[in-house]
Ligand binder design. Structure first.
Ligand code: SF4
Length: 362
């Protein structure tokens, strides 16, 4: 039986875009038309564009353009360049994208540094072509497949790199289709996704074959002001519990870890809350991924224009510059802060969630 939900988490809102646009090419795919029909059946205005170009007229004012873009869903065809799978360390061997963009408003959003232009959400219509890429990558992974601690996961595929797939699932059905496909794929492979949303109902009855791991992306309720438009954290944990009861392996993505005043108490409370909610679930297959807050000069500038009122600290006070292997710069917490955070998380997780396997710290 599912654990009862606290009253305040029963009515988590599903995203309802103000406008849905579909390109002619996307409309030639069954999956694209199905997404459009789902949206129309919810009473959302769906417009077919005259061409495949998304030349949208957004207001000149940056804030208004941001707001309009965040309320727009475009159903498009993923071009070959977007379907080409890339390694995605440290999470998975390969990245597979069902969509690009997300309707939420997190003041640290990692997409700010990677997506160009107004942040509209694009859902991909050519799901069969996206899935067609997967089989030839089986056994070809170089990330988790080369890790002694994770090789047993098989070839891993991460679906949350450029979107939060659960945020869109009630409109697209793409995640369910992919989970069912992995469920039927008799291969040593695993699909992974992480989410700051809780709308797991469509996933619970799927024949997933244990080949999909859902992780809840969590921060303490005390930091909810940094995660606008997402599901309440208690609802995300409860949703994860339901997924575990439906036989899915599960995990926590504690991300991004923010060393704001009071962080020890806040994160200690979060880990305790997870332990309490998952305590009743037998044979829990639980992993933890720990990702500290970081930003690049570019993502900082974008985020400051999107969220000028945010009190998320992106100053240089306790930061150090890190150069990635591609030569770009990121600001991460300095060694003293990192050490304090890491020691705290490893100790508390060991104490309160002894069954959990920590996959990585970054
Ligand atoms: Fe960005 Fe994730 Fe927040 Fe969506 S839920 S805005 S993808 S950080």
């Amino acid at each position: 039986m599912n654990p009862p939900l606290p009253a305040e988490v029963r009515a988590a809102k599903l995203w309802r875009p103000k406008q849905v646009l579909i390109t002619p090419s996307a409309a030639s795919w069954d999956h694209g038309r199905e997404i459009a029909e789902r949206c129309a059946s919810l009473g959302i205005d769906v417009r077919t564009l005259p061409s495949d170009r998304l030349s949208l007229a957004f207001p000149d004012d940056e804030r208004q353009a941001y707001a309009a873009a965040k309320q727009t869903l475009a159903i498009v065809v993923a071009p070959p360049s977007k379907r080409r799978l890339q390694p995605i360390a440290p999470s998975a061997d390969w990245r597979v994208d069902l969509a690009e963009g997300c309707p939420a408003h997190c003041s640290y959003c990692y997409l700010a540094g990677s997506l160009k232009g107004p942040p509209i959400t694009r859902a991909y219509a050519n799901l069969p072509e996206i899935i067609d890429e997967l089989p030839r990558h089986l056994g070809q992974g170089t990330i988790t497949s080369r890790s002694a601690a994770r090789v047993h996961e098989g070839t891993t595929f991460e679906a949350s790199c450029y979107t939060d797939p659960l945020a869109l699932e009630h409109l697209t059905g793409s995640l369910s289709a992919l989970i069912a496909w992995f469920g039927a794929w008799q291969a040593d492979a695993q699909l992974r996704f992480t989410s700051k949303f809780d709308a797991v109902a469509p996933l619970l009855q799927l024949e997933h074959g244990g080949r999909t791991r859902m992780r809840a992306s969590l921060n303490p309720a005390a930091f909810a002001r940094f995660e606008g438009g997402t599901s309440p954290v208690a609802a995300r944990i409860a949703a994860l519990g339901r997924m575990a009861q439906a036989g899915y392996p599960i995990g926590l993505t504690i991300a991004p870890i923010i060393a704001a005043p009071g962080w020890e108490r806040a994160y200690g409370g979060l880990i305790g809350q997870v332990a309490e909610l998952l305590a009743a679930i037998p044979q829990l297959d639980l992993t933890v991924e720990l990702i500290t807050h970081r930003y690049s000069p570019g993502s900082k500038a974008t985020l400051e224009s999107w969220y000028p009122g945010s009190d998320l600290d992106m100053g240089l006070g306790n930061r150090t510059e890190k150069r990635t292997k591609f030569g770009s710069v990121k600001f991460v917490y300095d060694a003293t802060t990192m050490r304090a955070l890491r020691t705290f998380f490893e100790t508390e997780i060991g104490r309160l969630l002894p069954m959990a396997r920590i996959l990585y710290w970054t």
